[in-house]
Design a protein around this ligand. Structure first.
Ligand code: MG
Ligand code: MG
Length: 257
């Protein structure tokens, strides 16, 4: 069952999403070779708690950290460690904030130092596919229109679109209905209505779309071990159009590439 949000609820999600955006910005400042991913996680958790929020992912179904940290062939749900970032890595940072009773959720994938042109294109196209999906999140369209737009853009470049993990509604719970796949058919799926709040989150692989789960019980990686990128925003469907509630502004102010 989809829980549509009132404008008051959407305002609260947006307030929390500002904290989330700034936490991402603080993390962005530290990303360079030699930094451990645990350092990033500690910083994000402190920042969120210092601003009155709670990290949504920490202890969610037993998840051990505030950030999902997924390097290179890891698609999503990796977690921080004492491993240092290395020149040429790509690093996906996914984070959620719970604030005044509501969750927001966003992700960004960074190049660490100099990354190959091929992988830089993967990052650019994955981010573009997120915005192609967001353009379809309009009242009267259907959930399948979002996935269709994401899939079409990514597949134009020969990339694999992950099927097993999808975007989602969110609000009082981190994961609510509906599921928002990154693939689909135009005109299919449930009708998008005013008050819908969803996380749109393309997970796009340089190689095949197939993924496997690591023995740690969390990390999802590409089956062919080629790199994967992930970008995510939480968006609200309003009468006037679509509003992106989360922000990558603080990331892009602090991280130039
Ligand atoms: Mg996320
Ligand atoms: Mg999400």
């Amino acid at each position: 069952m989809i829980r549509y949000k009132t404008s008051e609820e959407i305002d609260l999600i947006k307030e929390g999403a500002q904290i989330l955006g700034k936490a991402h910005g603080e993390v962005a400042k530290l990303i360079k070779p030699g930094v451990t991913t645990r350092t990033l996680d500690t910083l994000a958790e402190e920042f969120i708690r210092d601003h009155g929020g709670v990290p949504s992912f920490k202890n969610y179904n037993g998840f051990p950290a505030s950030l999902c940290i997924s390097l290179n062939e890891n698609v999503v749900h990796g977690f921080p460690s004492d491993k240092e970032l290395e020149e040429g890595d790509i690093l996906s940072v996914d984070c959620g904030v719970f604030y005044k009773g509501y969750h927001s959720d966003s992700a960004y994938t960074y190049p660490v130092g100099k990354v190959s042109d091929e992988v830089m294109t993967l990052l650019r196209v994955t981010k573009e596919s997120l915005y192609k999906g967001i353009e379809q999140a309009v009242a009267g369209r259907r959930i399948g229109d979002i996935g269709f737009a994401v899939q079409q853009h990514a597949e134009e470049f020969g990339y694999g679109v992950v099927r097993e993990l999808v975007g989602h509604g969110l609000g009082r719970d981190l994961h609510e209905d509906p599921e928002v796949p990154n693939y689909g058919k135009r005109g299919k799926g449930s009708v998008i209505k005013e008050g819908l709040v969803i996380a749109i989150e393309p997970m796009i692989n340089l190689g095949t779309r197939n993924v496997v789960q690591e023995a740690d019980g969390w990390t999802i990686r590409t089956a062919d071990r080629q790199p994967s990128a992930h970008f995510e925003h939480t968006v609200a469907v309003l009468k006037e159009g679509t509003e992106i509630l989360t922000t990558h502004k603080y990331i892009e102010e602090n991280f130039k590439f």
